[in-house]
Design a binder for this molecule. Structure first.
Ligand SMILES: [Zn+2]
Length: 57
């Protein structure tokens, strides 16, 4: 897998967020982290609510 930002090499890494443990891809070149939640959110369209921009549910 290659980084979408710099095309660098990405490695699978284990992360912890309090009690949550998850695996994500981290670019060894620029440090960009991509996990499944980030990828899913990027696929969801943005909608405008007044002056605010939000992810469509
Ligand atoms: Zn990168």
């Amino acid at each position: 897998m290659h980084c979408p930002k710099c095309k660098g090499f990405m490695v699978s890494e284990r992360f912890t967020d309090f009690s949550l443990v998850f695996y994500a891809w981290r670019c060894i070149n620029c440090g960009t982290i991509i996990d499944t939640t980030i990828l899913q959110n990027k696929k969801r369209p943005l909608i405008m609510i007044g002056d605010l921009c939000a992810l469509k549910v």
